[in-house]
Design a protein around this ligand. Sequence first.
Ligand code: SF4
Length: 264
Amino acid sequence: MARKPTLSPSRITTYLACPVKYMWTYVDPRGKWFARAKSYYSFGSSLHAVLQKFHDEGETGVQTKEQAVAALEESWVTAGYSSPEEAQEALAEGRELLEAYIESHLASAPEAKTLYVEKQLRKDMGEFVLMGRIDRIDELPDGRIEIVDYKSGRSDTDPNDLLNDIAMNCYHLLLREFMPGKRMLSTIVAVRTGSRTTVEPTPDHLESFRQDIIALGAEILHRDWESLTPVWKDICPECDFIELCKKHPAFVESAGGSLPKEDF
Ligand code: SF4
């Protein structure tokens, strides 16, 4: 039997931002020649790798600021930076962030127990499989489960944004199946500032999200990609695939005066 297609929070977020972008990223192989590495992904994944080692109780390598900095330097990803100097500046910033994060974490003597780090989960949603990787899963002293997501690009988080965060709500759906019957919290940690935002989505909120994801998944799976027409939007100037979209007359027309003159 054929394997079911998989959807992840990043696929869903890409589709919602622009279905054509989803097509170039995941469906049409021509897109891969235009996709470029992003320095902010490299920065985030380098920091995540060290935070994983720091919070993984099975790991003995990273317990102090010095060990964290050494681990960062060892696993530093340089893809996407415009020059070695830019990568070095980002590394210096990463060192500072990690030192501040670990200092404040050790000083706060957290009561939560870390159960899992970088936990990958899958859930059958009918037509597709939902999958996601959760940065950290903690258990609080009162038995509640806290889903922790690190954000390396943000200084703080709005509780409403967190309640509607696609990735976080997907993590709830996945974890509810893995750890049934537990009350669960969503927490975002802004690594830059150490600020934390926590919300507890209600069962009704998660049920409504589950239904939306099933409907959205069906839309993605049954989309007629060949008849999709790119339409100009605010994110186009920063998009890797703009050269592909510019070949479509309807895209140029929808852009009006937004494309630089030499593009016509
Ligand atoms: S250039 Fe614009 S329309 Fe084309 S894929 Fe990117 S975001 Fe979508």
